[in-house]
Write a new protein. Sequence first.
Length: 316
Amino acid sequence: MSSKPFILLGKVIPEGKRTVLDLEVAKLHTRTTVKVPIIIERSQNPGPIVLLLAGIHGDETNGVGIIREIINLKINKPKTGTIICIPVFNIFGYLIQTREFPDGRDLNRMFPGSASGSLASQFAYQFTKEIAPLVDYVIDFHTGGGDRDNIAQIRCSKDDEKALELAKVFNPPMIVFSENITKSLRDTLHKMGKTVLLFEGGKSKELNPTIINEGVNGTRNVLIRLGLIEGEITVRETPVFVHKAKWLRASDSGMFKIRVANGSFVKKKEVLGVIQDPFGEFKKKIYAPFDCNIFCINKTPIVNKGDALFHVSIDE
């Protein structure tokens, strides 16, 4: 007995085949149509529908690299269920390597969107209406903004038991507990009853092999656990759990030299970095205020007083 037809963007997605659709976003001022490619692999056996999505911020290329590698390795070809890949969600920002949409808005603060709102809001609405209702699970790939370099991590709410279970299966170096942000994609999907993992790794405008490998291996683990693909889940070490966190900020302006590795555990009063002037007259050390794990470092070479430098755990 055949399963119920799966219809996406008005097209029937056949069983056992690869289908590529284009989500038409809008037109450029040149009247050129901008389309977002959507790659669907549907098995012949019923099962969960998983969405892998990257590039909601156009300059976060590590996520794009992760999904590209997943497709290249054919990890997205399920034995049961369906896997939908959207490697570049914010195609506008990706074209010119900027975080925002052309209207200057952060797409990840525009959900669920509006049919009559701004360009970003209309795009968010189209996704929320046409694609989001069909999926069961979502992995949303991000990086740190600008020069903020994130250790590979999964972010989820500690009260979301299904997401937390899959976060452990993903097995990243760190799991950071964070609440959903209003009007974000994650918040909207959660309210729709979807299970969402938000991956963070690396920084903008880079293709970091270590981060890409973490994303690919973790996604593979999740797909195995959900029964979409065959294989054995690979577990290296128990992730570090970050329950609470704070940013350590620059006490002075100057040149910034980092003295610790991202992802490391540091002891109270350990030197994390140094701020100095270009003339050899000023030098200020940055000390760890308490024992903590570092999971994001601002790798900009020049900082101003008050700039966020190290994102650290404040767990007892």
